[in-house]
Design a protein around this ligand. Sequence first.
Ligand code: FEO
Ligand code: CA
Ligand code: CA
Length: 629
Amino acid sequence: MNDNDTYDLSWDEWDELQRPAPARIDFDDVVDSAISRRGFLGSVVAFGSGAAVMGAGLMSSTSAEAQTASRIGFTPIAAQTDSTIHVPEGYSWQPVAKWGEKLFSDAGELSQQTGISVDSSDRVFGENTDGMEAFVVDGRQVIAVNHEYVNTRANLPQSGGEVTSADAVTTLQNMQGVTVMEVAEGPDGWNIVVDSDLNRRITQNTPMTLTGPAAGHPLLQTSADPAGTTVLGTMNNCGAGKTPWGTYLTCEENFNGYFGSTDENFERPEGYARYGIGLEGRYAYEKFDARFDISKNPNEPHRCGYIVEIDPSDPTSTPIKHTALGRFKHENAAAVLAPDGRVVVYMGDDERGEFLYKYVSHGVYTPGGPTSALLDDGQLYVAKFDTDQTGEWVALTPEATGMEAAEIAIFTRTAASAVGATTMDRPEWVAVNPIAVEAYCALTNNSRRGPEFTNAGGDPASAVPNSPNPRDANNYGQIVRWWPAEDDHASTNFTWDLYVMAGNPTVHDDLNKGSANVNAGNLFNSPDGMMFDSTGLLWIQTDGDDSNEDGFAGMGNNQMLAGNPVTGQIERFLTGPKGSEVTGLTWSADKRTMFVGIQHPAAPFPDGEGMLPRSSIIAVKRDDNQPVG
Ligand code: FEO
Ligand code: CA
Ligand code: CA
């Protein structure tokens, strides 16, 4: 896969191209689906007049609107197409950590000509920053941040991006994973505290423990780990989360792309197809590292696709892969406590026609109490959205799925299909409002819906629109939100609506114009990263088409917007540099700094003309040093 065209693809884009030929579905299935769709079309018509799918709160001007409009306390900015960051008047930004920057003073320098040496590659800030969370450890500020994937041309410049040696593989493996780093604010702004004893790199080679229902299962056993309980590394770390007890959750997304086969006739085991595990890995790991050669280690892919817990306060701690949270292309992990103290974790599976999940612990969290079983012993659910704007969390139990508990944890997608979960337009981040009992999920887009394009399980329902995913060719994406019954995130029922359907009312006059809270001043597409701040404002980050042409005209580069959940008002706060995705958001302990991730920018961000582009975390502050979240 080293032809030039693939270098510039984000990992999500690359993965989309690798998808196996979609299953063609039966004509009868299409008709069946169309019948339910006719019922749904009523909602679409109603949507046009602003009633059924959208929340009533978005359609009315109330005193609540007047009261909360002021919460978006910045002057919105225009769309931009240049190679730098823009923030509103009265705000400033600066880089905090850039690809290749030293975490330890003994690391070598990043060179434009030679990249980073293999020996230094796990001593520096990795590439392509994604989800992150901030922690306070002994009064010190620590950021844990994901490095989702690598650009081989940037990291292996001497071979033009070709992966030609075991050292090249190790370098790439080390430039991904997670960075835990202490940061501090001084006279020149925020910087990494080089050599802090809290600094740590977790890579695709770091030993971690497998726990939960699948741990030790024969499908997780390998020649290197006959017990099936210890795995090396974490793969394609996308979004993130934070537990109530102060640990970091990193989410393995498109893990499939790292695996390949040195035997082109290798017959892939059952269960590979649903996860897109193919014969050729994106980075040719399989040629130099047998762990990634599925013809030699066919169970290794079963050991990826989980959520991993990391203790940022203890650099010697062993990360834990929690199989109870299911195996899929995990986007992020939005954890919240139910009123009785049970831990609820909402999770999206980012692939066309896949599902939205939640996990509910059996035990309860008490401050200072034991936490070790809370993410291992619990119940996994998948969401079913009904056309009447109610919904149900369906428990993935052996009785409901016909699968054993360990199989549900390993082949979670199959279990969810078995209970008829609602197929979704690529669930990305879930965000939970800290001041209201509600949660939001970004459904980024799904431009390839149709009979030819079911999900990888061939679920017929995924070929046609449904209520929370109402557009046939969905180039823009939408955000669905739900209110759990009895104000309890652990409850199995909910009501829902669409917070926003992105679109372009300057170009379209149909559903593609978007919902009423989209206008010429806030155009965006492909919502992806999403976090609430402590005041209950929803921050929306985009990973979409930044061509600024045709249906995307007026949207400019990828961006970050703030949304008022009560009024539906959405305003643009930040624009990223050309080519980048804006992803990852957290705040300093005093909320006076917002840390924002900039992934895969194009040159010359941020170092100027002639320099390689560098994925970075930036700090955004108000010039008057007032809180920003
Ligand atoms: Fe890594 Fe679905 O974004
Ligand atoms: Ca994402
Ligand atoms: Ca995305």
